[in-house]
Design a protein around this ligand. Structure first.
Ligand SMILES: [Zn+2]
Ligand SMILES: [Zn+2]
Ligand SMILES: [Zn+2]
Length: 263
């Protein structure tokens, strides 16, 4: 299985438009972060996790011409704003594209982008995305193209537009797990992460945040789960790559756009 981190930036990306801080003005490409997304290649599966607003640029950079499944962790704009770019994979595969998410996310994306969830147009074909939805259920495992993928519950925090805390999906595929946009991991989710070897996990900034994990909290989860390797993602401009890397424990590194590893 090959994992590529297409993007590891916070919702507004790094550099932040107009910001003159050391990270935003750094010449190091590892300080340039597009919005979070991951590409997974294993067997016949070419899985895209989230459709970031930077999807087109990410696909061009990595020459990604095949995506045959898409998972959405949740409906926030920094994870779904690139949904329209998915029609490129309709064109390239000449097929409807299967998309996987929980029902809450589907309802939200369907109300925002109803035109993406239609069958291909009889006359004009793939002029718009044509996505076929399959629901994901927390705690369940689904098999996509021969690969078992399980999803677990993550609490993103409390948002003004919702009475209930916002839930995002953590994803586990064998020895690999991906946890973006998480502020709290319930006990059953820590259990679902048990034994994971490689973990990519949310770490917005040095100090606590209402809707994301911060450095100390992320490091405490990593200590508890104790994967062989862990990478921090969804990082904002307070996280200067080289400075941060110096202070992380053995086996933990900041992710960067384009990082890939196999397992
Ligand atoms: Zn996000
Ligand atoms: Zn900055
Ligand atoms: Zn979010």
């Amino acid at each position: 299985m090959k994992i590529t981190i297409l993007g590891c930036g916070a919702s507004n990306g790094v550099p932040v438009l107009g910001c003159k801080c050391a990270t935003c003005t750094s010449g190091d490409p590892k300080n340039k972060r597009t919005r979070v997304s991951v590409y997974v290649e294993t067997g016949d599966l070419r899985l895209l996790i989230d459709a970031s607003p930077d999807l087109r640029e990410q696909a061009l950079r990595h020459n990604i011409t095949n995506v045959n499944a898409v998972m959405f962790t949740h409906a926030h704009a920094d994870h779904a704003g690139g949904i329209d770019e998915l029609r490129n994979f309709n064109y390239l595969n000449n097929a409807v594209l299967p998309v996987y998410m929980d029902n809450t996310t589907y309802e939200e994306l369907h109300s925002r982008y109803e035109y993406c969830f239609q069958p291909p147009h009889k006359q004009f074909g793939w002029f718009r995305p044509s996505l076929a939805y399959t629901p994901l259920e927390i705690g369940k495992t689904i098999n996509i193209r021969g690969v078992n993928i399980s999803v677990f519950k993550q609490i993103h925090g409390q948002f003004i537009e919702r009475a209930e805390p916002y839930v995002t999906l953590g994803i586990r595929m064998g020895d690999f797990a991906y946890s973006t946009d998480v502020k709290e991991l319930p006990a059953e989710s820590l259990a679902a992460l048990k034994g994971v070897r490689y973990w990519v996990v949310d770490c917005l900034r040095p100090e606590p945040a209402p809707t994301h994990s911060h450095l100390d909290l992320t490091l405490s989860w990593i200590k508890q789960i104790s994967p062989e390797r862990a990478w921090l993602t969804h990082m904002n401009h307070q996280m200067e790559y080289n400075e941060l890397k110096k202070h992380l424990p053995q086996g933990v590194e900041p992710a960067y756009d384009g990082l890939s590893f196999s397992l």
